[in-house]
Design a protein around this ligand. Structure first.
Ligand code: F6P
Length: 603
């Protein structure tokens, strides 16, 4: 119930001041420190469900009545590519060039205009501005969402400065620079005076996937005589295999954990420390070999990390948006601080584009709206990210967390259950490998799978005179074409010469491609640090845009908690006996499984 604190009346809604930021059952908010900007955001957050917006109903109708057939759409409109493509170029780093072609989507003028109206009605711009201004858009956790501040090196976004910790970003970057340079140039030595040959990043989720993905993507810039390992899984195999190839005298362990409480990371870090001490014997040597990246200085200190070896970040950096923070230390070590900063600046180019470009020219907004159309109106359940660049082979893995942990939510910010689909299932892998694995289903299966095709114009490895790259790109261009336009039965018949085959209708029909499968093509100049930064930021903002429209909080992740809590309860049972398992009263299936394990574990 609302507290007895003063009442602030807003148009349409009543907001009660009192205890901190909790929605009441009736869609009311109790809030302690109200100020104008925050109120604006909250007013917005209480706006109707997306499905109650006028453009939503219109899109619902249009999706049923306007059946866009890409063959016809292109035949009728020779300018379709011009209408539905946008070019992004960095204004400070002109080498960042990204072309988005979204013409092979099942949209027409009316659908596209209505999608843009939906973004307006859902107040995407206001919510975006609130994020950049440091408002507590992560309302369930009472936090700002300011990963954009981590790459705002020229202080473009002023509103953020009121948030605690933002003024520490630059000094912390200097710390990253000093440490990464010392490791790279051999000034930082191990306890016996050897230069560092291996780093092991110990983290999971955002504290692993970001640095791991980027270190792969930017391998051409890597210091090749330094091995970087990423250990995430609690499965001891992951750590055991890394330690097998590391020398304790020349290895630095980077314990990457925002909370410094994550079971996998703390267990893996403890194992690494034990292994290290078996060799080094003396605890004082830990300082040369263990650093921590965390918001939890206290827990890192308790673990034994020296104060000067702590790289901090802040609660307004979400785990899946943290590679730009201290969590990027392994990236700075692998590619060098200058390149790391170039990546931050590349992301900032996209941030400025997202923050200030009209919706219909705004690349992350366009990507968000297009995906939303399939997700909410055409029944697509998944979305494939298909980079035609081997260096980007972990890009889809990275955005699997980025998108699914952000938008896999069923509660809106006003506490109501959504009446529509939210985040899609994200998956994918590097082309052309996928073509020989799952593309069959995309082409001829029964499911609608919108895809993003990404590729660089210039390869980092122009071997055989660039022949490999031309072949790669010919596939990159061919697949969206095949998906969009398919092959009719008539065409199959025209191509078939054998009379026997022509009479075989099963064969003929099996060779038909319906086409009309939607794709975005994202063609960028070269996978440089700046371009990668821009591409990552592009997807981050695409995800945020969708979350804004769905009215969900894309920045918390309570859905990962229940399993963690249950695992903690189950762990002691794995060293107990069947009677104890029964006493704990898990469900029959879980008890049965644990008892089967106990009966067979120590045979
Ligand atoms: O999976 C939940 C999660 O909290 C992610 O959001 C995060 O990236 C990961 O765990 C790791 O968390 P931490 O960095 O706190 O160890």
């Amino acid at each position: 119930a609302p507290s007895a604190a003063p009442v602030v009346t807003l148009p349409d809604y009543t907001v009660f001041t009192g205890s901190v930021g909790v929605w009441s059952g009736q869609g009311r908010l109790q809030e302690e420190a109200l100020h104008a900007k925050h109120l604006d955001y909250l007013r917005q957050a209480m706006s109707p469900l997306a499905s109650q917006l006028p453009s939503w109903s219109k899109l619902d109708q249009l999706s049923k009545s306007n059946k866009v057939v890409l063959r016809d759409a292109f035949a009728k409109d020779s300018k379709r590519f011009d209408t539905y493509s946008r070019h992004f170029q960095g204004d400070r780093n002109k080498d960042i060039s990204v072309l988005l072609d979204f013409s092979k989507n099942l949209i027409d003028e009316e659908i596209w205009a209505t999608l843009l109206s939906l973004a307006k009605e859902a107040k995407v711009e206001e919510q975006r501005d609130a994020m950049f201004n440091g408002e507590q858009v992560n309302a369930s956790e009472g936090r700002s969402v300011l990963h954009v501040a981590l790459r705002d090196l020229d202080d473009d976004f002023k509103g953020k400065d009121k948030v605690e910790g933002v003024d520490e970003v630059i000094p912390e970057l200097k710390h990253i620079r000093d440490f990464s340079e010392a490791v790279r140039n051999g000034q930082w030595t191990g306890y016996t005076g050897k230069p560092i040959k291996s780093i092991v990043n110990i983290g999971i989720g955002g504290s692993d996937l970001g640095p791991a993905m980027v270190c792969e993507a930017l391998k051409p810039y890597a210091k090749r005589d330094l091995d970087a390992h990423f250990v995430s899984n609690i499965d001891g195999t992951h750590m055991a295999e890394a330690l097998r190839v590391c020398d304790p005298e020349s290895t630095v362990f980077i314990v990457a954990s925002k909370t410094f409480t994550t079971q996998e990371t703390i267990t893996n870090a403890t194992t690494a420390r034990d292994w290290f001490l078996e060799h080094a014997k003396d605890k004082k040597h830990v300082a040369k070999h263990f650093v921590a990246l965390s918001t939890n200085v206290k827990a890192a200190t308790e673990f034994g990390i020296a104060k000067e070896n702590m790289f901090k970040f802040w609660d307004w950096v979400g785990g899946r948006y943290s590679l730009w923070s201290a969590i990027g230390l392994s990236i700075a070590i692998v590619i060098g601080y200058e390149r790391f900063e170039e990546m931050l600046r590349g992301a900032n180019e996209m941030d400025r584009h997202y923050a200030s470009t009209p919706l219909d020219q705004n690349i992350p907004v366009i990507l968000g709206l297009i995906n939303l159309y399939y997700n909410n109106f055409l029944g697509a359940q998944t979305h494939a990210i298909l980079p035609y660049d081997q260096y980007m082979h972990r890009f889809a893995d990275y955005f699997q967390q980025g998108d699914m942990e952000s938008n896999g939510k069923f509660i809106t910010k006003s506490g109501e259950r959504v009446q529509y689909q939210t985040g899609p299932i994200i998956w994918g892998q590097a082309g052309t490998n996928g073509q020989h694995a799952f593309y069959q289903l995309i082409h001829q299966g029964t499911k609608l799978i919108p895809c993003d095709f990404l590729a660089p114009i210039e390869t980092q490895n122009p071997i055989r005179g660039g022949e490999h790259h031309r072949i790669l790109l010919s596939n990159y261009f061919a697949q969206p074409e095949a998906l969009a336009f398919g092959k009719t039965e008539e065409q199959v018949r025209e191509e078939t010469t054998s009379k026997e085959d022509l009479d075989n209708s099963f064969l003929i029909k099996s060779k038909v491609f319906d086409g009309n499968k939607p794709t975005n093509s994202i063609l960028f100049q070269k996978l440089t640090p700046g371009t990668l930064g821009a591409l990552i930021a592009m997807y981050e903002h695409k995800i945020a845009t969708e979350g804004f429209i769905w009215g969900i909080n894309s920045f918390d992740q309570f859905g990962v908690e229940l399993g963690k809590v249950l695992a903690k309860k189950i762990l002691p049972l794995l060293s107990a006996d069947a009677a104890k398992v029964d006493a704990e009263k898990h469900d029959g299936s879980t008890s049965g499984l644990i008892k089967h394990y106990l009966a067979n574990a120590n045979k």
